[in-house]
Design a protein around this ligand. Structure first.
Ligand code: FAD
Length: 324
């Protein structure tokens, strides 16, 4: 029998992040016959999430509940995962390329003296071996990598590998594991969340991003209106953040967030290379800019040359009339 593949689920509050389900789909692409074992770490109330992981394709779920896992720390999560990896002896481990995934996986790989292929956007097969595709040079090229030996350990970029359809009739075992998480050198005392309006950008299928062309914080209000009609999130260029039209948490690009929504609408954004690094792999890109020579049109699937203060309200109104 082939070895299992571990999928590390990620919770945002009580809700599983979609990338957890995408990681299950990725594990199936690695080996459709392998047992997919989901791992959920936290403090309480993991049973419902465990069932959701099974309905999305996991065969078995291991939960570890401990007061020291209530908030993420690389030490706490690391202790739990290293123990599970030791016991399960998996063929591979898959996790989302999220803030937690980026922090945790290199540490675990180093501890296990194994490789890690991060930020995978697709998985191919060549000569019966898995080949992992990941963007390089800020998304201008892709490289293909394989493991020569050791654990197949990957992180996947959110929104790139389609999750399997949820099947509520699926069943599987949920195993609550007792692992003592101790001797942590750091602990989280308090998390102070920034007030974020609307949909979370990293999980959004639609992103409406504004640039310096939006001209003011007030100008961003029309972006929120459009985002509401489309059920999307609002993002921004660094130009808009630097000009204090919006918070830096909205910044997309080389030094901001990397996003790959189904639809990205860039409004009043010139398309600097550092911005493209964060959004050029979006599935459909629409640009609204008054300068027909703006670089953003070079990556856009659809372009509207015009004044955004004229175009955006009309677009929002029309979408309200037509329905989305
Ligand atoms: P601008 O370049 O000023 O473009 C504004 C656009 O709005 C123009 O194209 C203009 O034609 C259009 N416009 C103006 N008025 C209207 C109107 N009424 N209607 C329609 N269109 C209008 N940038 C990022 O975005 N993300 C990053 O992560 C990032 N990281 C960086 C890292 C480094 C090390 C460096 C050096 C730079 C980085 N930058 C980043 C900055 C980047 O180089 C650009 O300066 C920035 O992206 C420009 O933002 P912008 O397109 O909003 O502004």
């Amino acid at each position: 029998m082939s070895k299992p593949i571990l999928v590390i689920g990620e919770l945002a509050g009580q809700e599983l992040r979609n990338v957890s389900f995408e990681a299950i789909a990725a594990a199936k692409q690695i080996n459709v016959d392998a047992e997919i074992v989901a791992v959920l770490l936290g403090e309480g109330a993991l049973e419902v999430s465990a069932q959701t992981m099974i309905q999305h394709g996991a065969d078995r779920v291991i939960t570890v509940e401990h007061a020291n896992l209530e908030n993420y720390t690389s030490e706490g999560y690391g202790q739990a995962l290293l123990k599970i990896i030791e016991e399960e002896d998996p063929y591979g481990v898959v996790m989302g390329h999220t803030a937690i995934g980026k922090d945790l996986t290199p540490k675990i790989a180093a501890r296990l003296d194994t490789g890690l292929i991060s930020d995978v956007v697709s998985i191919e097969k060549e000569d019966n071996q898995e080949v992992f595709v990941r963007p390089i040079y800020s998304g201008k090229a892709f490289e293909k990598k394989t493991f020569k030996k050791g654990l197949t350990f990957i992180t996947i970029r959110p929104n790139n590998i389609a999750m399997l359809e949820r099947d509520e009739s699926r069943t599987g075992a949920v195993e609550a594991k007792d692992i003592d998480i101790k001797n942590l050198r750091t602990m989280v005392k308090e998390i102070i969340r920034k007030q974020a309006e609307g949909v979370d950008m990293s999980e959004a299928n639609v992103i409406i991003a504004g640039g310096r062309g939006v001209k003011s914080a007030d100008g961003f209000k029309q972006l929120y209106e459009l985002a509401e009609v489309l059920g999307g999130a609002v993002g921004a260029s660094r130009g808009a953040c630097d000009a204090e039209y919006c918070d830096y948490s909205l910044q997309i690009g080389q030094t901001g967030k990397v996003v790959t929504p189904d639809l990205y609408i860039a409004i009043g954004i010139s398309g600097a290379i550092q911005h493209l690094a964060g959004m050029s792999n979006s599935k459909v890109i629409v640009a609204i800019n008054k300068d027909p020579e703006a670089n953003i049109f070079n990556v856009a699937d659809y372009g509207i040359v015009g004044d955004l203060f004229d175009v955006v309200p009309k677009l929002t109104e029309q979408l309200k009339v037509e329905g989305v």
